[in-house]
Write a protein that binds this ligand. Structure first.
Ligand code: AVJ
Ligand code: FE
Length: 439
């Protein structure tokens, strides 16, 4: 956790940047043809993400915080995500793989030089101290996007990782109950929290029940087999139009083989594991499943309260398990495993109310549209979050196996279009309590 002396802050920032760069290198240490190819029109060629990461680091750390001369001002426009939609990026005069690697290396040298020289003040949130954390998170966010690109590519596997742990929890209740009451949502003190997580504010949440674990592929398959995708009554109008227009009949990457569900995962064909959280579903599919199950998706406030509110102290925790850092025992993060772990694999990561795997494994769709909290101020640029506020985007919470610990917290907010499913998304259900259940 960044804080303490300026030296601690520097070491923490340097380690976070280094960790991100190792991840980027692992994801881009592949043939030039694989790097420059567009594996899906939903994604950029990997070599675009690589140089984009460098360009953002040049803009914020080298120029803005470091006050240095620009290295490649000509790249600003080329790698500005708002200037060129993903589908158009392959046609741009992009840096080649070797040029891109050399560029990001030069930028990093200058950024580290800036980190050594700029004043960073202890615990105080300074623009400079924040910028290093923001850029480490930015690179890791693109590393997760690059991992999603790897999942979309065809051909032999290029990535490998050990299997996640198996189930370690005993039997778990189907749901946890969260009594009515206020809690503190968001943060004003977490040093590297992004603008949309701020400020901390009190929110009243009515009593509700939340699934103890994410919905598994086994349960989701039961919805598919019960004709879930053929019955408009489970779907919103928009969701129904989406699945019928695109002929969607199961989660992305699933296929049926001799009566069994299989999937392609990073180039490997395998049986869909019944006890893992379902992966690669859109908001619409999550919402339809919940309706079929007689439930609904949690609101973003419900999700965060179940994840952070500690009834014993009345405080909101940094993570479900407390204020300590994510460890391998607490959450499936950081591309350590290239898949979600079975439900019940992380009892050490449970929240005070007893919900498991809220952090890691799969991003969880919520029912909430992405908006600023009361008192929101864009920082340091409007294009990080503010331009995405509105009814087009739904909030996702909790991070996935592809998310690095630096880019996830109990307060972290992700967002996407409700049709998206190439990202590492799943969900869990919630429901209102019946009168006789209210505690
Ligand atoms: C927060 C994951 C939606 O990838 O579009 C990367 C993060 N912002 N570069 C995205 C981001 C600018 C963003 N998400
Ligand atoms: Fe970016």
């Amino acid at each position: 956790r960044p804080g303490g002396t300026a030296e601690d802050l520097r070491a923490h920032a340097a380690a976070a940047l280094d960790r991100a760069r190792r991840r980027t290198a692992a994801l881009t240490d592949i043939d030039d043809t694989e790097l420059t190819r567009q594996h899906s029109t939903l994604m950029s060629p990997l070599v675009w993400d690589l140089a984009h990461v460098g360009s953002q680091e040049e803009i914020w750390l080298v120029r803005d915080v470091g006050g240095r001369e620009p290295l490649r001002p000509d790249l600003d426009e080329l790698y500005d995500a708002f200037q060129h939609p993903r589908s158009d990026r392959p046609a741009l005069p992009l840096l080649g793989p070797d040029e891109a690697r050399a560029y990001v290396g030069q930028v990093r040298d200058k950024a580290l030089d800036a980190l050594d020289r700029v004043p960073l003040e202890g615990d105080r949130l300074t623009t400079s101290a924040f910028a290093f954390g923001m850029i480490a998170q930015h690179e890791q966010q693109h590393d997760e996007t690059m991992l999603a690109t790897h999942q979309l590519r065809r051909g032999d596997p290029l990535l490998e990782a050990p299997a996640p742990p198996g189930r370690r929890a005993g039997s778990l209740p189907e749901e946890v109950v969260v009594p009515a009451g206020s809690f503190v949502m968001g943060t004003s003190v977490e040093p590297w929290a992004l603008d949309n997580e701020r400020p901390a504010h009190e929110v009243f949440v009515d009593a509700f029940a939340l699934d103890t674990v994410p919905v598994t592929s086994g349960r989701y398959a039961a919805f598919v087999e019960a004709g879930g995708y053929t019955e408009p009554r489970w779907w919103s109008e928009e969701g129904w139009a989406y699945v019928t227009r695109h002929g969607i009949t199961a989660p992305r990457f699933w296929y049926r083989d001799e009566g069994r569900w299989r999937r392609r995962r990073f180039g490997v064909d395998e049986a869909v594991p019944a006890d893992e959280p379902v992966l690669h579903v859109s908001f619409h599919e999550a919402e339809a499943y919940a309706a079929w199950a007689g439930k609904r998706l949690p609101t973003e406030a419900e999700w965060e309260k179940a994840a952070r509110h500690d009834p014993a102290s009345g405080r909101s925790l940094r993570y479900p398990w407390g204020d300590g850092e994510p460890t391998a025992e607490r959450a499936n993060l950081g591309q350590r495993h290239l898949r979600p772990a079975p439900v019940g694999a992380y009892p050490d990561g449970a929240s005070p109310v007893g919900a498991h795997q809220l952090i890691g494994d799969v991003w969880e769709w919520t029912a909430t549209e992405f908006a600023g909290y009361p008192g929101f101020t864009a920082f340091p640029y409007r294009e990080y979050s503010e331009v995405f506020f509105g009814s087009d985007h739904k909030v996702l919470r909790g991070g996935s196996f592809g998310t690095d610990p630096v880019a996830i917290r109990g307060t972290f907010r992700n967002w996407d279009y409700p049709i998206r499913r190439q990202i590492f998304t799943g969900f869990r259900c919630a429901r209102d309590l019946r009168r006789d259940e209210v505690v």
